[in-house]
Design a protein around this ligand. Structure first.
Ligand code: SF4
Length: 294
C-alpha cells in the first residue's frame, strides 16, 4: 500500500517519531498546525554533500554512470545548489565538500558494496491508518548506512549509540522485511553505520562509526514505533490546540536541544501560530535572498 494513499489518516517518518518523543507539542505544532520552522541553512550543506555521494555510489564498479553510460560526473553544473530549494553552499563549503568526498573515497569510507541500493525509498503500514515513509542513504543486504554532516564531532554517535539509534533500527527493520519478503535468510547480525563528514572548513575531517546489532533489536524498535504511532494518531484526531498537547517531560532540555526550539515564541505566548509563521517566513525569505547573492 502506498503511504500517500488517502486511506492513511497519518503518515510519519523516523525523524517525526524522534520529534514526537522529544516533545509531543513540537510534533503537533509542526505537523498538525503547520507551524513554520526557521531555515538556518544547516541543511543545504548536507543536501549538496548527499547528492555528490549519491552520484558516486550509483555509478558501477568502474565508475560508469548507469544513466549515461559515461564516467560519472560528480560535480555537474549547479552541483553546489540544493536540489529542492536551489539555495547554494558557499565557495568555502564547495571546496570542503570536494575535499571530504575525495578523502572518503580514497580512504574507503564510502564504498561501492555489492547489492547496494542508494536512496532506498520505503513506505509501509505502521499501524492501522498510519503509514511510515523513509529514505535510506545506502541499503545493503547486511545493514544500512547513513551519511551525516557534523558541526561538532563531540556530538557524533559512536558504535554503542548507533546500536540503539531508533532511525537506523527502523531502517534496518525495513531491510529485514525486504529479505523476508524475498524469501532470503536474515543474517544473525547486521551493521548500522554513520559516514561522518565534518562541516568545519578549517579542519576537513571524515570518518565513520559502525555498530553490529541482532535483528531482534530492529524488531523491538519497530514495535516501539507502532506503540508511539497509535498515540500520535489519537492525538492527531483529538487535539485542537497546541496547549492540549503534553509538555515534554524534561521541558528545559527539550526546548534547548538542537540550538533551541523554533516554537519557543509560541510556547511562551509571545506570538500566535499565525504571527510566528509570518515572522519566520519573512526571516526565511531574507536569508534565501542573502544566500543567492553570496
Ligand atoms: S518550546 Fe519546548 S515545549 Fe514548546 S514545542 Fe518546543 S520543545 Fe516543546
Amino acid at each position: 500500500m502506498d503511504v500517500f494513499d488517502p486511506e492513511y489518516e497519518l503518515y510519519v517518518s523516523a525523524s517525526q517519531l524522534s520529534t514526537w518523543r522529544l516533545c509531543n507539542r513540537k510534533w503537533w505544532l509542526e505537523k498538525m498546525a503547520c507551524a513554520v520552522t526557521e531555515d538556518k541553512g544547516y541543511f543545504t550543506f548536507g543536501t549538496v554533500l548527499h547528492a555528490v555521494l549519491e552520484r558516486w555510489l550509483r555509478a558501477d564498479d568502474r565508475g560508469v554512470d548507469p544513466g549515461t553510460g559515461e564516467p560519472v560526473e560528480l560535480y555537474p553544473e549547479d552541483w553546489h545548489k540544493a536540489e529542492d530549494s536551489g539555495v547554494p553552499v558557499s565557495l568555502a563549503e564547495q571546496l570542503l565538500i570536494k575535499k571530504l568526498v575525495t578523502k572518503a573515497i580514497d580512504e574507503g569510507i564510502v564504498r561501492r558494496l555489492p547489492g547496494r541500493e542508494i536512496e532506498a525509498e520505503f513506505s509501509r503500514t505502521l499501524v492501522d491508518d498510519v503509514g511510515i515513509v523513509g529514505f535510506i542513504d545506502v541499503a545493503l543486504p547486511g545493514g544500512v548506512e547513513d551519511h551525516k554532516s557534523i558541526g561538532n564531532f563531540r556530538y557524533a554517535l559512536g558504535p554503542e549509540q548507533l546500536q540503539q539509534d531508533p532511525q537506523l533500527l527502523l531502517y534496518l527493520h525495513e531491510g529485514i522485511l525486504r529479505l523476508e519478503e524475498a524469501g532470503k535468510p536474515v543474517p544473525d547480525k547486521m551493521f548500522v553505520r554513520h559516514n561522518q563528514f565534518g562541516k568545519d572548513t578549517k579542519r576537513p575531517r571524515v570518518t565513520f562509526a559502525e555498530g553490529w546489532v541482532k535483528p531482534d533489536a530492529a524488531r523491538k524498535a519497530w514495535a516501539e514505533a507502532q506503540r508511539d504511532a497509535a498515540v500520535m494518531l489519537e492525538q492527531s484526531r483529538t487535539l485542537t490546540h497546541w496547549t492540549e498537547a503534553p509538555e515534554p517531560p524534561t521541558a528545559g532540555q527539550a526546548c534547548r536541544k538542537y540550538g533551541g526550539c523554533d516554537f519557543i515564541d509560541i510556547c511562551t505566548g509571545r506570538r500566535t501560530i499565525t504571527e510566528h509563521n509570518a515572522h519566520t517566513e519573512t526571516l526565511n525569505s531574507y536569508r534565501s535572498q542573502l544566500s543567492h547573492r553570496s
